[in-house]
Design a protein around this ligand. Structure first.
Ligand code: GTP
Ligand code: SPV
Ligand code: MN
Length: 614
């Protein structure tokens, strides 16, 4: 399709302005077809950036490795440029939007020379769903085009829904690597100077401008930029929720179904939980989504969730037949691998894949040939796959995708879970006493930093409220207020009993030897079953100052977990909680100033008093 065929005047004008600023050699409007997908892949293969994997091992699969500057989200280069600084809040990088646009325009000038500009109309959510939203991404990266094909719903059908005046989020992207006459790419094209990369959001005008990165959430702008940072602002303005949550369907042995949405920070287990294979006999888990949930209250008072995405952009290292068989089965074909290892026989490999690699040598994520690993482990710092190596795969290829995953009305949520990587204090599972207490617990959630962010020190604990720290497009204090407001509204309308219950989980407690105390993965079904039964009113809990903990014996420990360890996992660690409260009081809550809802400070007092009485 060419530009003149665009019926939407505002869209056409925006694209024309981008063309005159970025001066690409040509412009293409994407139609979302298979032929287009194949053609984009071929461009990257012909350009020497992508490698087609052995079709006998991985049919339809391709391997890429990126630049060392471009392997994860760049949080320090991510900006929330609201008109007023205070609207971005203390957890976001703020810059004046007018100044930022000037700076970025100077960089965008001529940045697509020698390349094609692709205009990608996409829908986040089933096309036409009343929870879905439309975005249009402009990019000069064919890699972005085929990844967007997988991750979102792309093409002419989206333009049909958009009509001549529908709402869309403009998403401007360039890898920032213009080509001179006859010049060709010599590797992964991007701006290698991290300080020149920009991932910018303009919440007052619902716009996204990204420059210099071709990787993941920095470049596939439907994902974190639109579906979380801009969508969280839309959700605040329109009264719904845009969250960093997986959505799973769970069926008990009696055939009863519930849907659970769960927020865990990046690389803390959402994809794994969404595809979990229960070790508990008779239980079944199916996937609706693995990273993002958009939720609106229905007329009946239930909260309905859709997965706005159409694919998974999953962490590769650690994924194996024993940890996540469904993910391994999903990625057997038609998958894009980025920054994994590449074996001599044209297949992929990563740490903890469950086996060594064939042959004498293997290509690591930097593109270097190194000795082939005989086991599935590598010394720290010498990983073959980058710790944030990822696969991009259509959700429809997941063997446990729920049949209703594309239902435009969404699925009714019975429970939320929040969690993070906490080596101490935080119990295996804990139910909040009520909605306000749940919001309080969400607001104080912390986690060890993982490799999913470029410029942070992995391993240190930071507060990551609702797993939204890098993804909330406005003041976090107001975000907590938004959650409280939705709960209050439901109660005022007499629909409080329809609100999802709120739980906290921690699969990552460690013992004195630094070993995980809980086996995790499929064994997490024991915790999901406990939550499921709580939602049905089971008397399986005890009241404590931190919330409802499992009654001893109400969660049968897995074979390799002793009774003592189990008791340790579900008890109140008074000293740890006291330290937690002190840290929240001194370091966390004061950041939000008077935008922190008063109810949350009261919750801190209530918990502190309760702990004193123990
Ligand atoms: P993002 O895509 O970055 O948002 O990550 P995610 O939350 O989907 O995390 P994912 O499921 O990809 O898991 C990340 C890492 O955590 C992988 O290396 C997993 O093997 C590991 N992991 C997942 N679940 C568990 C668990 O229950 N226990 C332990 N110990 N590790 C887990
Ligand atoms: C995350 O970091 O939470 C991801 C990967 O899901 S990215 O899309 O790069 O943000
Ligand atoms: Mn994520």
């Amino acid at each position: 399709m060419n530009l003149n065929e665009l019926k939407h005047a505002k869209l056409k004008k925006w694209v024309e302005e981008a063309v005159s600023l970025m001066t690409p050699d040509s412009v293409e409007v994407c139609d979302g077809s298979q032929a287009e997908y194949n053609r984009m892949l071929q461009i990257t293969v012909d350009g020497g950036i992508g490698i087609k994997l052995n079709p006998e091992k991985r049919p339809g699969c391709f391997w890429f490795h990126s630049d060392p500057s471009d392997v994860a989200r760049a949080e320090s280069r991510t900006f929330i440029a609201s008109k007023k600084k205070e609207d971005a809040g203390p957890t976001n990088n703020w810059t004046d939007p007018a100044e930022l646009k000037e700076t970025m325009k100077a960089q965008y000038k001529g940045c697509m020379k020698g390349r094609t500009m692709y205009v990608i109309p996409f829908s986040m959510g089933p096309v036409g769903s009343n929870i879905a939203k439309i975005g249009v991404e402009i990019t000069d990266s064919p890699y972005v085009v085929f990844n967007m094909h997988i991750m979102t719903r792309v093409g002419s059908k989206v333009l049909d829904v958009l009509g001549s005046d529908g709402f869309f989020v403009p998403c401007l992207h360039s890898i920032a690597k213009p080509l001179g006459p006859g010049e060709k790419d010599t590797g992964w094209p991007c701006e290698p100077d991290v300080n020149k990369k920009f991932i910018s959001h303009f919440p007052d005008t619902y716009e996204i401008w990204s420059y210099g990165s071709g990787y993941g959430g920095n470049a596939l702008l439907g994902k974190k930029c639109l579906a979380l940072r801009i969508a969280s602002v839309l959700a605040r303005d329109e009264g719904w929720l845009a969250e960093h949550m997986l959505i799973l369907k769970i069926t008990n042995p009696q055939g009863k179904v519930k849907y659970i949405a769960g927020a865990l920070p990046s690389a803390c287990g959402k994809t794994n939980l969404a595809m979990l294979i229960p070790t508990l006999p008779g239980w079944k888990v199916e996937t609706i989504g693995d990273d993002i949930a958009w939720m609106k209250f229905g007329e009946d008072g239930h909260l309905y969730a859709i997965n706005p995405e159409a694919g998974f952009f999953g962490v590769a290292p650690g994924t194996s037949d024993s940890s996540n068989k469904s993910a391994m089965d999903s990625i057997k074909k038609n998958t894009i691998f980025t920054n994994t290892g590449l074996t001599e026989d044209g297949d992929i490999w990563w740490e903890q894949i469950g086996h060594g690699a064939p042959g004498e040598t293997i290509t690591n994520w930097k593109g270097e040939k190194v000795p082939s690993p005989k086991t599935d482990k590598s010394p720290a710092g010498q990983e073959i796959a980058h710790p944030n190596a990822r696969f991009t795969v259509p959700a429809s290829q997941c063997p446990v995708i729920a049949s209703e995953w594309e239902d435009p009305k969404g699925v009714p949520i019975s429970a939320f879970l929040f969690g993070g990587r906490r080596p101490s204090t935080i119990p295996l599972v804990n139910e909040s006493k009520d909605w306000v207490h749940g919001v309080f617990m969400g607001s104080i959630t912390g986690s060890e930093i993982t490799a999913a962010a470029l410029d942070l020190k992995a391993g240190t604990i930071r507060r990551d409220p609702f797993a939204m720290l890098p993804f909330c497009g406005y003041h976090m204090g107001d975000y907590f207020g938004h959650w409280l407001k939705l709960g209050k509204k439901a109660k005022d309308e007499g629909k409080g009993d329809k609100l999802p219950k709120i739980f906290f989980v921690n699969w990552f407690r460690k013992n004195a030897d630094g070993k995980f105390m809980w086996p995790g993965y499929g064994e997490n079904s024991r915790v999901l079953a406990w939550m499921f039964n709580r939602c049905d009113g089971a008397d399986n809990f005890i009241e404590t100052p931190i919330g409802h903990l499992p009654k001893p014996g109400s969660i049968e420990p897995p074979a390799d977990v002793s009774a003592e360890t189990m008791a340790e996992l579900i008890k109140v660690h008074v000293d740890g909680w006291k330290a937690e409260i002190a840290d929240v009081r001194e370091n966390h809550y004061p950041k939000f100033g008077d935008r922190l809802p008063k109810e949350l400070y009261s919750q801190l007092d209530i918990m502190e008093n309760g702990l004193k009485a123990l």
